[in-house]
Design a binder for this molecule. Sequence first.
Ligand SMILES: *Cc1c(COP(=O)(O)O)cnc(C)c1O
Length: 217
Amino acid sequence: MYQDLSSALNARGVTLVAVSKTQPPERLLELYRLGQRHFAENRVQELLEKHAQLPEDIHWHLIGHLQTNKVKFIASFVHLIHSVDSLRLLVEINKQAALAGRVIDCLLQFHIAQEETKFGLDLPEARLLLQSETYRSLQHVRLCGVMGMASFSEDTRQVQAEFEALRQVFDQLKQEFFATAPHFKEISMGMSGDWEIAVAAGSTMVRIGSLLFGARS
Ligand SMILES: *Cc1c(COP(=O)(O)O)cnc(C)c1O
């Protein structure tokens, strides 16, 4: 399973992020031994525990909602924060990154699904953030792209339309704000049930859990 998925994505230049939430460290090590280096957690506490137990060269991604008071715990090592949905959070990440002597890579999370959820920006909100003096003064965060989750739906066309909408958001922001920034290149979209649709719609990074590890208990 892992080898097939990993080489299919690799051939298309798509990064496979293994979503290891709820999985014990041994299960991560199995994939690590097969060459997997990108792992993602959605809770800070679990991320900290696994980071402490597992090899140093793992790239740790945070994909869940991040509270500002928890940024300080992960600032020294986190590889990419996918879930930035406010200027306030970005300011805190910048502050903790400065203290850690780093620049932290982040993605802006967008709300693309039909479902009501509290998290995620829309395009006008993202524009306001990117135009603000505050954002422009930040020296220790680097925005590398966008992230979104499609509706949990059997309706393939709906899911496809949502991924295409995120792709358009990316293209728009790239053109307006990041035309000369080569690092702004990631579209994090696609999970176990919809990664093929996401890749067809232009995903550069898929976040896959249950397909790799089996269903979560
Ligand atoms: C859990 C989770 C995933 C992975 O879900 P699977 O369906 O198990 O692949 C991807 N992205 C986010 C934000 C998640 O919370």
